[in-house]
Design a protein around this ligand. Structure first.
Ligand code: BG6
Length: 488
């Protein structure tokens, strides 16, 4: 590998989301979010990802009556709300240039419907961003990361109702005004493509409320509202912070054809196109023809206001960001093939790949492949804003945590990024997920750890919450210091 493949100013760092790290779920005026209803279910099979993550109306009602923070793990997170300065010190020690965080909408507008924002919520993020700046860490801020106000989900059908677009746009304007001198990089919706995988977390849609046969239309309508909201957020960003950059954020799930049978190749092409649908709309500013045909065939009617298509066209994103964890396989014999889990979904197993402890396929070449493919498609800078391996790390008697598997994982993925850069791809930065251990999105476990920093808490929230450096901490520090050259 040649030297200096990573450009000067490459944004090395890490990524977090408010609902999985902050805790303080009911402090300083914060309202309940959909994440506060999500429960750790030790009795449910970990491989049954649907039941693990399923949230019914009865679950929501039970959650609203409960103050529990033991099973409702996202309510406590890792107490980042109170410990962020200590955590930022550790990130600065690793040399982070950027930290991806999200703003919990419910800290600013507790139900989503208030006229005036909650000053304490605004003050918290102002302090967080100022403390980052002091440490030369650039904030990269997600506006919507699986934490919409629960009130809007219950009373306004989540993103299905158009009203939510206006409420979100207002929230965006408020935070852009407040942080205009502090935040340059923004993302609209985290994994906007997750709508069908987990509609409640992603869209605030309580599926049991609607007739089964209408659900697909309802979800597409809600996605349309998120697309409009994303464009409006971009419009307001341009007006309020003209030199800032807006990115979309999608889950990149590459699927390879099972073999060179043209039927499998065609299927893989279509599967990948489905995955790209969401970034296509936000980059090209229009719906692809295939989806309009599909809606017509299925009698899916999406209501659009008269200027919606113009809004989509005018306010497209400046860069494309994505999470990358695994790849899958497209096979016309899918039903007969062995399956593996990954990111609240399931796909056909690839015999050439190893899996993580949680069964997610490890495929650094798939990252190289995706970077080339996405850059050729969009010709916009790419930002890998999530990547990493969840594992059950062990603390040794002397307090050390020897996570060589994590180092090996990142080494190969960083090599893949370098190779893509060498192939002419423009990459802005890399923010490994859960750079400090946080609560898992899918399983609500603490024991599914991604961090360079260990947090002493168990799956029920017991522990000192003390932060410990893992072996990968010093390794990543060296990687950043050498701008990606020293991966040994
Ligand atoms: C991504 C999400 O899909 O995957 C994160 O944006 C999430 O919120 C991450 O935490 C890893 O998933 P999990 O379930 O292992 O936490």
């Amino acid at each position: 590998m040649g030297k200096n493949l990573f450009p000067e100013g490459f944004l090395w760092g890490g990524a977090l989301a408010a609902n999985q790290c902050e805790g303080a779920w009911n402090e300083d005026g914060k309202g309940m979010s959909v994440a506060d209803c999500s429960m750790y279910k030790p009795h449910v099979d970990l491989n049954d990802y649907r039941s693990q993550h399923m949230i019914t109306m009865a679950d929501i009602e039970a959650a609203m009556k409960s103050d529990d923070i033991s099973l409702y793990a996202k309510r406590r997170g890792i107490d980042f709300y109170h410990r962020y300065k200590e955590d930022l010190d550790l990130f600065a020690e690793m040399g982070f240039k950027v930290l991806r965080v999200s703003i919990a909408w419910t800290r600013i507008f507790p139900t989503g419907l208030e006229d005036a924002p909650n000053e304490k919520g605004l003050a918290f993020y102002e302090s967080l961003f100022r403390e980052m700046k002091k440490r030369n860490i650039e904030p990269l801020v997600t506006l919507h990361h699986y934490e919409m106000p629960l009130y809007l989900a219950i009373h306004n059908d989540g993103w299905y109702q158009r009203l939510v677009v206006d409420k979100f746009a207002k929230f965006c304007r408020v935070v852009f005004e407040r942080y205009k001198n502090l935040v340059k990089y923004w993302l609209t919706f985290n994994e906007i493509d997750s709508a069908f995988r987990h509609p409640f977390t992603s869209l605030g849609i309580i599926t049991e409320r609607y007739p089964e046969e209408k659900l697909e239309e309802i979800i597409y309508q809600a996605i349309h509202h998120q697309f409009i909201a994303s464009s409006l957020a971009t419009k307001y960003l341009r007006e309020i912070i003209p030199d800032a950059k807006m990115g979309c954020m999608v889950t990149r799930t590459l699927t390879y054809p099972e073999n060179c049978n043209p039927k499998n190749c065609l299927l893989a092409l279509k599967d990948n196109r489905d995955n790209y649908f969401y970034s296509d709309v936000q980059v090209f500013g229009e719906y692809p023809k295939f989806i309009k045909r599909y809606w017509k065939k299925k009698d899916i009617n999406i209501h659009m206001e008269s200027d919606d298509e113009e809004i989509l066209k005018c306010y497209t994103v400046d860069f494309v960001s994505f999470s990358y964890y695994m790849s899958f396989v497209s096979s016309i014999d899918r039903d007969k093939r062995e399956k593996v889990n990954g990111n609240l979904t399931q796909g056909v197993k690839n015999p050439f790949l190893d899996v993580t402890e949680w069964g997610w396929q490890i495929d650094p070449i798939g990252l190289h492949y995706s970077l080339i493919d996405m850059y050729d498609r969009y010709r916009l800078p790419l930002f890998i804003v999530e990547n990493g391996v969840g594992s059950n790390d062990k603390v040794e008697a002397d307090g050390s945590i020897i996570d060589d598997y994590r180092i090996a994982y990142f080494r190969e993925h960083i090599r893949a990024i370098a190779s893509a850069i060498d192939d002419g791809v423009e990459v802005m930065g890399y923010t490994p997920w859960g750079c400090i251990d946080i609560v898992s999105l899918s399983t609500n476990q603490m024991s599914k750890r991604y961090g360079f920093i260990y947090v002493d808490a168990d799956d029920f929230g017991n522990g000192t919450y003390k932060r410990l450096k893992k072996k990968s901490f010093d390794w990543y520090k060296k990687v950043i210091r050498s701008n990606g050259e020293d991966l040994d």
